[in-house]
Design a protein around this ligand. Structure first.
Ligand code: CTP
Ligand code: MG
Length: 383
């Protein structure tokens, strides 16, 4: 607490390192884990606290992109320096002057949990400085020349994580030190300040080497998934071109409809809208809309995908069943799959199409039209 007022928290997110141990073309904080940049995950976990007045994102010189600002919290950019402490200093200089308590966090830790962060905040408000730590569970060896020289006593040893929390004036005073350190807690130790240790988060792993990437992929929050079925049927219309699954198969023997009559793309679009809980084809494209007369159904499906995409949903896979006497799917399967995968923006293995008949039963058995059932699977990643 400062002057009896409620503490005002901000954060400095360190993303200006070169990631030399990780290697690769881009610094590790801009690598994707489970479909998002490591930096964006870290930023969201800070924003998720719902407590920060603003976050200073410290980036490498000349790099402004490669991340997406979270909702609900202001973000300020600062340029990093050659050493970690230079980046911290630049971040502090860009911090809103009303902020009197600071979290300093590694952008390379995408999944540090909110509970450990809350423990840090609580302890830092009480004591002025706090670091999250986790027990060192493996037996520690000192190596010399590739051989084990001795086993170290791990009693009292803990691994430190981030975010670490500080009263701003204490952190700024400690950062005046000229010594090299690998976390801010060490700067406070050197300057003679006390730091409280609180329980860290076993999932707050830092991306350091390529092997960590595999681990992080495994602990990434699973995206929400939904499946939905779409159905459509159109009567045959001799004089119209036959368009099925976005492919024009012949200039006659087609399907009746307000648009081009493509039952497959309509069924897929309905399933897409269903997954996203975003209405249905009738709502989006009312038959009364004259501008849709004879419309290319791939345009309609693309619009449905945009609506779903605005809600964060993207297609994972689609499975199509055509029901009727025509067209012969085996003859057109490759073209249909390529077209559908292209419209949906998925790989060729993510879609399949098959045909069946009603064994002469009813109107579909008499070739009077074509029906389609589409099963679509979609996912929505957090953030
Ligand atoms: N960092 C920074 N500025 C620096 C050095 C590091 O902002 N001059 C940041 C990194 O981007 C990272 C965090 O501090 O998010 C933790 O540092 P570390 O894991 O050491 O990252 P790098 O320094 O990038 O990696 P390496 O040491 O392997 O080069
Ligand atoms: Mg480093």
């Amino acid at each position: 607490m400062t002057d009896g007022r409620s503490p005002v928290w901000g954060a400095v997110l360190l993303a200006a390192g070169r990631g030399e141990r990780f290697g690769g073309d881009v610094p590790k904080q801009f690598v994707e884990v489970s479909g998002r940049h490591v930096l964006s995950w870290a930023l969201d976990s800070l924003a998720g606290l719902g407590l920060l007045r603003s976050i200073v994102v410290v980036l490498p010189q000349g790099r402004a992109g490669g991340w997406s600002p979270p909702e609900g919290v202001a973000c300020v950019l600062a340029e990093g320096g050659p050493r970690r402490q230079d980046s911290v200093r630049n971040g502090l200089a860009a911090l809103d002057p009303r902020i009197d308590h600071v979290l300093v966090h590694d952008a390379a830790r995408p999944f540090a949990g909110g509970e450990a962060m809350s423990r840090v905040i609580e302890a830092a408000e009480r004591t002025g400085a706090a670091v999250p730590v986790i027990p060192v569970s493996d037996t520690l060896k000192r190596l010399e020349g590739g051989r084990v020289a001795c086993t170290l006593d791990r009693t009292g040893l803990w691994a430190s994580q981030t975010p670490q929390g500080f009263r701003r004036d204490i952190l700024e005073a400690a950062m005046d030190s000229q010594a090299d350190f690998t976390d801010e807690c060490a700067a406070l130790e050197i300057a003679g300040f006390e730091v409280s240790a609180v329980e860290g988060d076993p999932l707050g792993v830092k991306l350091t080497s390529q092997a960590d990437l595999r681990l992080l992929e495994k602990i990434a929050p699973a995206p929400a998934r939904r499946m939905a079925v779409g159905f459509d049927a159109h009567p045959a219309s001799e004089g119209r071109p036959l368009v099925v699954c976005g492919c024009r198969l012949s200039s006659s023997g087609g399907l009746e409809g307000h648009s081009d009559g493509d039952a497959v793309l309509h069924a897929v679009a309905d399933a897409v809208l269903s997954c996203a809980r975003a209405g249905d084809m009738g709502v989006l494209f009312p038959p009364s809309d004259e501008s849709l007369r004879g419309a290319d159904s791939s345009v309609l499906l693309s619009r449905a995908l945009t609506v779903a995409g605005e809600r964060g949903w993207r297609v994972v896979s689609a499975d199509i069943t055509l029901i009727g006497e025509f067209p012969r799917v085996s003859r057109h399967r490759e073209a249909m799959l390529a077209r559908l995968a292209g419209i949906l923006g998925v790989g060729p293995d993510a879609v399949w199409i098959k045909g069946t008949t009603t064994n002469s039963l009813g109107c579909l058995g008499r070739g009077e039209g074509l029906a389609c059932i589409a099963l679509v699977e979609m996912e929505n990643r957090p953030g």
